[in-house]
Write a protein that binds this ligand. Sequence first.
Ligand code: IPD
Ligand code: CA
Ligand code: CA
Length: 274
Amino acid sequence: MKIKELKIAKKAAWAAGKIIRQHYEKDFAIRHKGSINLVTEVDLKAQDKIEKIIRKAFPKDYILGEEGPQTKRIRATRRWIVDPLDGTTNFAHGYPHFCVSIAFEKNRKLEVGVIYDPMRDETFWAVRGKGAYCDERRIHTSSTDQLRSALLVTGFPYNLYRPETNNLILFNHMIFKAQAIRRDGTAALDLAYVACGRFDGFWELGLCAWDVAAGILIITEAGGQCIDLQPRNRHELLPSALIAGNPHIAESLHEEIKKIWSFQSTPKRKKSKK
Ligand code: IPD
Ligand code: CA
Ligand code: CA
């Protein structure tokens, strides 16, 4: 069991969470990465803290962080995948729903995942082959087996203009199939909620490795299923378009999405026109 890596991932997530909590609803600098894509000074402080803690414990490991240099180095034997603040838009608006997400990968296999919600002080975590937990409690995905009874969650990427990430078509379809759909603004915490059965299923397009790495391991260890919706591009090992859920709901979502994409013809990656 990767005890030391788990300990460090939790320590880093809690330290970053403390920084985030201290700045919540206070003044902080905000910069635009794109027209609606924000980064705050708190994202940067949290990333810095996480890197320091990981580097001190494992100086040779590679860290892929959303606010770091972002070379993916998929060949690195030991890689940490970090979203220091997932749900930046929520945080910037004082909507108390965001998290820290940290995963550790060895030889391209996810080994440890930690997602920490600093507002509710809940830690979702898993080690490969050892089950998934919320704090000290073992967690499992839900047992809902009909889409009609399922509470789903999804999200919308910052780049709304590319056909391959236009989620409105899928949203419009799924809202008539499910019991209800939420859009909570933090993909990593959405995945943690799927792992513990608060949500039955999730799908999203246009995600990054740091949004999904920890969540994929936690859901898998909680008995759920994660389905990669688009062929992996050679620069990344983790899905950028993901379905997740308990196995029944993940399969049903997959079937529904295939229906939509087959008559639309599978979206191709092409240059976007803004
Ligand atoms: C975003 C959130 C959001 C999702 C976006 C992500 P950020 O991450 O997870 O829920 O819909 O695709 O980029 O920018 O808050 O770290
Ligand atoms: Ca994110
Ligand atoms: Ca982020």
